[in-house]
Structure formats: structure tokens, C-alpha cells
Design a protein around this ligand. Sequence first.
Ligand SMILES: [Zn+2]
Length: 615
Amino acid sequence: MNYADLGLRVGIEIHQQLDTRHKLFCRCPTELRETEDASFEFFRYLRLKRSELGTEDRAAREEVMRSRKFIYKFYDTTCLVEADEEPPTEINREALLIGIQIAKMLNMELVDELHVMRKIVIDGSNTTGFQRTALLAFDGYLEVDGRKIGVATLCIEEEAAKKVEERGGEVVYSLDRLGIPLVEIGTGPDIDSPELAKKVAKKLGMILRSTGKVKRGLGTIRQDVNISIEHGARVEIKGVQDVDILDRIVEYEVIRQVNLLKIRDELRRRNAKVCEEIFDVKEVFANTRSKILKRAKALMAVKLEGFSGLVGMEIQPGRRLGTEFADIAKTFGLGGIFHTDELPAYGISQEEVEELRRAVSAKDGDAVIIASGDERRVRNALLRITERAKFCLVGVPEETRRANEDGTTSYLRPLPGAARMYPETDVPPVRIDEEMRSVDVPELIEDRAKRYVEQFGLAEDLAMIMADPRYSEIFEEFAESVGASIAARVLHIIPSQLRKDGYNVDGLGIEDFRLTLSLIRDGKIAKEGAEEVLKILTEEKLGEEEILSRLSPSQDLDDFIARLIEEKRDLIAERREHAFKPLMGLVMKEFRGKVDGKIIAEKLRNAIKKELEKS
Ligand SMILES: [Zn+2]
């Protein structure tokens, strides 16, 4: 792919949860919950309202056509603000200060006064039907590979509710996540290759983590990517959680748009046409062996003239034009569609396909799409699919898509209209005063890592980990006294290994690491003993004395050596002092990591000496 010739333009929007004590517009904790712990649930429907100018938002209209029921899980850590039964409080100042730090790191201009806006959101992920968002800074940049990438905007926003389940026409959301402060950073469309997109996202992630005030772990940072090529269209891909597949996402979207343009050219050459009529074809499948169609309440079809062979054409690895149509059906609560490019199959016979073609008067070059399920949903979905099929003759539709784990994407909804921001009159504006502006800028992780490489001789990748604010303070506290590589082992290498072995290391906190490292520093355990201590701490929070008594292997060690001398009396008699080496091996096998090797050697030597004196 020659991305320059294709006119590729990519912009990234990063959403990062902030690790504040409270939510953005209420005093609830920013704590995630298990859905089983919900106190109760309630539900809402969305209705469409015209704007002041009398227009309807296309994305909102489509959502209303899907007529989905939104169910919300409520907890004892959520309040009436999340439920939209009470006005929001003023904006969380802690979140604002973190936002200002980040803005300064990105060379941005701060606004004089912060105004909270309502951004229309129609997928039910906000109980209000909008997301509160406030522009904090604009017009900055970051440097990647010697190139300046513009950072257009930085907003402080509320996180949406988390979708926990979707079944038929119902979507279940969890309110614990709703209202957690987010920073949203949008770059300009300056990125012109998949690799650069990934690098920019990684650098932004590193800058955010450098504050030490962002949430960590799966789902706490998400990328949206805006991608377009010349003659294609702007497509927004939402919810990329794994930055390592960002380059593939861009690459696959370019492939998709190029293929849609090929399909357009072929359809025009064939004089293709989309028939508006929706046919009831239940009769055709009256005696079908397809379980899905047999069960269906309604079974309808549309005819795409001149589309034969193209519905089955692959446009992204493993995804065809037909998959795009199936995505639309799914957003209307159906299981999917069948199309004639893939039939006969799935229990549908050749005779049924021919009968279907007759029923809709399809010719050889035509494709037929069938959908089944609840009548109103089937009709609405097929209406939308014919609309989408018509657009195949125009080119690439502007739309919002969802990132899949393999780098492909699925259709979500049309791009929303531009008029989707309204002032949030319930929240007073905030002046960004001198005191707020003068907040400190933290050292970048990559700069601190460079220092660790020079100062302590750590390997670069390990230095990057130790330079993370999660570790840097405690690492520096112990790097001199126990040695940098031992500190890194205790903080990162051993816990990673324990995680692989199935230990729950997420519960290990800074205090646990400090305890382990100070035991080593004070000579109370051998450095090999760190693993044992951390293992105990994953299960139980113990103090120093309890840990030592738990380890207390010295009595065991004495007993073990005494028993061993007894067992190996012949060996000692024969080899005298030379029996030390094989015996030491046996003791170490049992006590390595629990007792310092030097202490073991000393005890064993004494025991052998005593044994020899006896004889
Ligand atoms: Zn609340």
C-alpha cells in the first residue's frame, strides 16, 4: 500500500480515565463493581427530538428505529446523579488539575474559563442521553520521530456507563463506571501511516502515565481513530483497547475503503440498482431444514440488482460486504442475514434459493438478502440495509465503527451530525486561575528511564518499567541499599512470574514491596527469600514479625541437617570433609531462597565437623 498516494489521513482520540477520589459531577467513588452486587436496576427508552432548526440527527433517528430498551445497574456506590434524577455538582477540581498538567506536557494553550457542554450520545451509555464534556486546552503538539504532531483539543469528560450485556432489543449498562473523570485528547489529522499512528498513541500513553494520576489496567485507556483516504470517507473507529493493533486497524480500514471503491466501480459498470421493495418470503421457507428460518416469526427479503458475487466479496480479512449488512441487522437486534452469494448452505437448499429468486423476480446477476426475526425489527433492518446497499454505488459511507480484536472493524452507526453540543446549564463555569495554571509538570517516564540506565545500569525496557510512577519512588528508595537489579526483581520480575503461576499479584501494594525490600536491606532474609515473602503477601497482609515467623525456617533447617547427617553417616565416614558438597546440594534444594546460602553452609559444615569428631 502506498499510503501517500492514497492520501491517508489519521487522527487519534485518546480517552484516559483519571485516578481521582471522586467522580466528575458527584461525590461517588471511582470504583468498579461486580454486576451481581447491584442494589437494583431501572430502564429507559430514548426518544427523538428535533433540533431548534427543525432537523433530526441521522444517528439519533437510526437509534430510535432500533427501539432498544436500556437497563441500568445501580449500586450503593452510585447516586441519583448517575441515574439522572438529580442535577450534577460542580466539576471535580482534582480532575481539572490533572488535565492542566497533561495540557502543559502537550504544549497546549489553556482556556480562560471552562464551560461544561452536553454532547448528545444516543447509544444509551449515558442515562441523560448526553455526555458532559468541557474543553480545557487546545492547539498543542507532541514530537514523534522528529515530527510535530498537532494536538488539537484536550477535554475533561465523564466516562460512559459500561455495557455488560446485549440481548435482542435490550442493552444492560452498569452505572459504576458512569461519571469517572476522563481526559480526551484529540490529535490533528497529521498522521499519514499506520506505524506513525501506533507510535503517536504509545507516546501519548506514556505522557499520560507519567502523571501517576491515571487509572491503569484493561479498559482504562481507549483509542478512537479517525481514518480517511482520498475519494473514501471519514470513518471513526471506536474503542481500540490494545495499542499494539492500532497500526493493523489503520491498515485494514484502508483496505476496506479501497475495496468499497472497487465495488462501487464494478456496480456502476453493471448498472446495478437497489430495489426498494421488501418481500415477505415466509412461504418460500415453509418446509425448510434451516432451524433459524423455521423458528422465525417474520421472514423478509430485499433484491440488490447487479450485486451478485459482490456481496460475498472480501473487503477486510475474513469480512465481506455481506458482513457489513449483517452488522446492520445485528444493531437492529437480529442475529444476522443470509445472502444468495453464500447459498445454498446453512440448511437452505438449492430449490429454496431458486424459489426465493422467483419470489422476488431476481435475475442471474442479482443478489437477494433475507432477514428473519420480529417483524418490525426485520422491516427496519432491511430498510437500513437497502439504504446502505444504495450507498455502495456512491462509495464509502461516513460512519462510526467498532474495533474488533483482530484489527478488523464492525459497523456501529452513522457518524453523528455536527450539531450535537449544547451548554450544560446545571454546572457553573470555572475560571482557570493562576494558581491552577502553575501546577507542576511531572518528569516524563522516558526521561527518568534514561537516568536509570545511566545511573544504575538497568536494561532499557526494565528501566522504562521502574521509571513508571507506580514504581519509581520505591525503586529509588531501595536501588542504592539493596541494588537496582534486586529492587527491579522484587518490584516487577518476581510478581510477573507469580502472576504466570496463578498468584493474585494485583493485591500487592507499595507497602508489601517496601516490607520485602527492607527485609532484604536489613539482612533479615536472603534476596532469594523475596519470592516466598511476596507469595505470602499475595494471600495475607502480614507485618514483619509475622512474615519472619512464617518463614522461620531456621528450626526446620537444624532439624533437616540433623536428619541428613544421620542418614548419610556412611558417606561422611567415607568422604570426610568432602561430603560437604553433595550434602550442601541436598540442603539447598530444600531451603534455597528461604535461608541465606552462607548460613546454610556454616551450619552444615559445623554439623559435619561434629559428626567427624564423634567418630
Ligand atoms: Zn454519584
